[in-house]
Design a protein around this ligand. Structure first.
Ligand code: ACM
Length: 765
């Protein structure tokens, strides 16, 4: 009965002036934020009698998009007429050569009581202005569409505003790709990086090589669960799909209408198993290959033979014909050199071309491919590994391994697109919520995306000019359908759109969130599936009143939000207490809470159990600090009543690299106890190992400790997570617990490397 209760109140207190509440400059739901905006009084109404007036073919095409949009979402069919002069009762869409529109995608939008005048350049100016206009319409199917009178003058910061989509690991059909392009257009993205080939599927029809799609587009099953899990399980479903040449042409033209350029990626020399499965002679050795069913990096790659270059020439010729944009992405990342190292042919090529090592051989490969691209009038772009073997100045570098590669490239005079994993990988988790759908790992919340700046401060002005912009990447190993693509993209794509479009001097996260909250009405209206991680609630524990139990603070990054909570496990309703100050308790307690914005519950429920034992909320000392990468909450997080959540990245596990956990807890007074608990993580694929022993000590004075119990390695390994150490009947004020780190062990290259010990929460009971 929770929702009706909220709704009843909503009906009483909602102002009825317009669907967004009162128009104010700072609550117009415009994302990305325009350069200059002046709100005026009055409104213009779009109705069935409103005309669309255009002055050129480009204006007609842009207005055509707008007209289709109005038809699709509001059932309004407006006529389009040509005129050189603005008309009344019309949305006038005029392209202009005026120098005031020389900026990237520059436009001005004037909404007056009796007309709208949109002027902009032909290169996306008027189209971008129409996207602004679209965001000013009500997100509800009404007969009369009111738009506030205003004046906007706007242009983009960067020329490359990109979204990438991997269609190899999972395939998305033509209609889904079109929806992705619609989603991009709405937020003024202009570059679609279409990752068309990889180990798990070749997705573009090539006339000369039919097996690429007959064989290479299909795999005989797919990994179930996460790649890092010890037991690999596969389904037996034949999975695949591809785009015909006609599909590609249709999508290219659909994108062009939205001023979006498509950059197709044909991966080489690595990530090539699907091509090798179709034509095994593309490899240096091996007679047959299977399209990959699992994820990761595979050793079988293209061989740099003349026959392979002939194949690449043929493929890139057809690809160049299908895509009118200047760039073709050739991948270049993650190419293991094992097969090249054992190939007599590669040794011969290296000797003939005076190449010192296999990295230079990859440089030679890239150079050969670039020559092919130039022959077809195209430019090469690749992941930052292409820098490692030497590169021609015309090549553009996409920096994904942080911004180091991008900076090096810009300093060498290459154009650069910034897409570092830590800000731009939208396949990473966006929330720490344990119910988040399975993702590859990592942690990239909305706020962090908003903080991104594609231009590193280390670059000087002339180097910075090489930064064309930025891009988010959506790799789809763990994204099986298009709804999930949108979930991973939204609303992070909105934050990135503002990074790439808006003037960075006006950056203001709270103001962005206010506008984004307006956008969420759009997501609902347009059927965009989005994450509500914005409404996540965080808790922070402090020692309780009079040093007993806990005092818990709740917070949310959502400005203007109210938090309702319960302590009995039930979902909050409107008359549940409103959180206003810390909640105190001395017994284990579950808190359930939910954000309400305006009068609307977010639908995102926070539920956390705070477990109290003798150690909870006490003062602790750590003999060795945790590694600075995994130290959130410091030592107190081990006694804050909350055990570490999964996925562990971004959550509050303390990570000790090679060091032991060595914690001393002051229980405040002498207290009886019979067992000790240590909650540790086992994730050996990430080099996180269980402790190899646990020692427990007590002390009469906090200085001199004697051992009271020890658990050896084999006893510890019997546990899965929470390790319990029985200690008999004890009384003490000070308890010291040492959990021994395994120290070092061999990595995948056979070298000894330090390993991690991850702990969250110790208990004394
Ligand atoms: C990449 O994420 N391997 C470019």
């Amino acid at each position: 009965m929770r929702v009706p209760c909220f709704l009843a109140l909503a009906l009483i207190i909602m102002p009825v002036s317009n669907i967004f509440g009162q128009y104010r400059e700072n609550n117009l739901p415009l994302v990305p934020r325009p350069r200059a905006l002046k709100l005026l009084t009055g409104t213009f109404t779009i109705s069935p009698v409103t005309q669309l007036v255009v002055n050129t073919d480009v204006a007609a095409s842009d207005a055509g998009y707008f007209s289709e949009y109005l038809k699709k979402h509001y059932g309004l069919a407006l006529s389009i007429t040509r005129s050189k002069h603005p008309k009344k009762n019309a949305v006038n869409v005029f392209t202009s050569e005026d120098k005031k529109y020389r900026g990237k995608d520059a436009y001005s939008l004037s909404v007056e009581n009796d007309k709208v005048i949109l002027e902009g350049n032909v290169n996306g100016g008027t189209f971008s202005g129409l996207q602004t206009l679209v965001q000013l319409l009500p997100p509800a199917r009404l007969n009369a569409l009111n738009i506030p009178c205003l004046f906007i003058s706007d242009s983009a910061r960067f020329s490359w505003r990109g979204m990438h989509l991997d269609v190899s690991r999972h395939f998305f059909n033509k209609e889904e790709i079109k929806k992705y392009l619609d989603d991009m257009a709405l937020f003024k993205y202009n570059t679609f990086h279409w990752h068309l080939t990889d180990d798990q599927g070749w997705r573009i029809e090539i006339k000369k090589y039919p097996l690429l799609t007959q064989t290479g587009a299909w795999r005989n099953g797919t990994l179930i669960g996460h790649y890092s899990e010890a037991n690999e399980l596969y389904d037996t479903i034949r999975y695949g799909g591809f785009y015909t040449r006609d599909d590609v042409r249709e999508i290219v033209s659909y994108a062009a209408k939205r001023h979006i350029t498509i950059v197709p990626e044909i991966e080489m020399p690595g990530h090539a198993l699907a091509a090798l499965a179709a034509y095994p002679w593309l490899a240096c050795s091996g007679d047959s290959f299977q399209v990959a069913r699992s994820w990761g990096v595979f050793k079988d790659v293209f061989c740099p033979s003349e026959r392979t270059f002939g194949f690449i020439d043929d493929v890139l010729k057809e690809v160049s014909e299908m895509f009118p944009g200047q760039y073709i992405h050739i991948g270049g990342d993650e190419c293991p050199k094992d097969r090249w190292k054992s190939s007599p042919l590669c040794r011969e090529i290296m000797a003939t071309n005076h190449l010192k090592n296999e990295e230079e051989l990859q440089g030679y490969f890239t150079e050969r491919v670039e020559k092919i691209l130039h022959k077809y009038g195209k430019r090469l772009i690749g992941w930052d590994e292409i820098l490692e073997g030497g590169l021609s100045p015309d090549a553009t570098v996409m920096s994904w391994r942080g911004n180091v590669g991008g900076m090096a490239a810009a300093r060498l005079g290459h154009d650069v697109v910034m897409t570092p994993t830590n800000f731009c990988y939208f396949d990473y988790y966006q929330s720490n919520d344990e119910n988040e759908p399975l993702a590859i790992g990592g942690y990239l919340p909305l706020e962090k995306v908003y903080q991104f700046d594609p231009v590193p401060v280390e670059l000087n002005e002339s180097e910075s000019k090489h930064i064309l912009g930025g891009q988010a990447n959506i790799w789809t190993e763990y994204i099986p359908d298009f709804r999930q693509v949108e979930y991973m993209a939204f609303p992070r794509m909105c934050a990135l759109s503002e990074v790439l479009w808006s003037d960075p001097s006006g950056k203001d996260y709270d103001a962005f969130i206010t506008r984004l909250t307006g956008q969420m009405k759009w997501f609902d209206f347009l059927g965009i599936n989005y994450s509500k991680a914005l409404y996540d609630i965080q808790s922070f524990s402090y020692p309780g009143d009079r040093n007993e139990g806990l005092s818990v603070e709740l917070s949310t990054t959502c400005p203007g939000a109210t938090v309702h909570y319960t302590l009995d496990g039930s979902d909050p309703v409107f008359n549940s207490p409103v959180y206003s100050s810390r909640i105190n308790f001395t017994q284990s307690t579950g808190i359930t809470a939910e954000v309400v914005t305006g009068s609307k519950p977010s639908g995102r429920i926070f539920k956390k159990l705070f477990r109290i034992n003798n150690a909870t909320g006490r003062e602790v000392t750590l003999a060795h600090p945790p590694n600075e990468e995994y130290c959130r909450g410091g030592g107190f997080s081990l006694v804050n009543g909350v055990t570490g959540s999964l996925p562990w990245k971004g959550s509050e596990w303390l990570g000790f690299l090679k060091d032991d956990l060595d914690i001393t807890i002051d229980l405040g007074a002498e207290r009886p106890f019979t067992k000790i608990g240590v909650d540790a993580l086992k994730d050996e694929s990430n080099r996180i190992y269980f402790p190899v022993g646990i020692m427990v000590y007590t002390s009469p004075d906090g200085k001199n400790f004697s051992e009271i119990s020890e658990l050896d390695s084999s006893s510890v390994q019997k546990f899965d997570r929470l390790i319990t150490v029985p200690v008999g009947n004890q009384r003490s004020r000070w308890v010291r617990i040492v959990a021994k780190n395994r120290g070092i062990c061999k990595n995948e290259n056979g070298q000894e490397d330090p390993v991690w010990l991850f702990v969250d929460e110790v208990s004394v009971e």
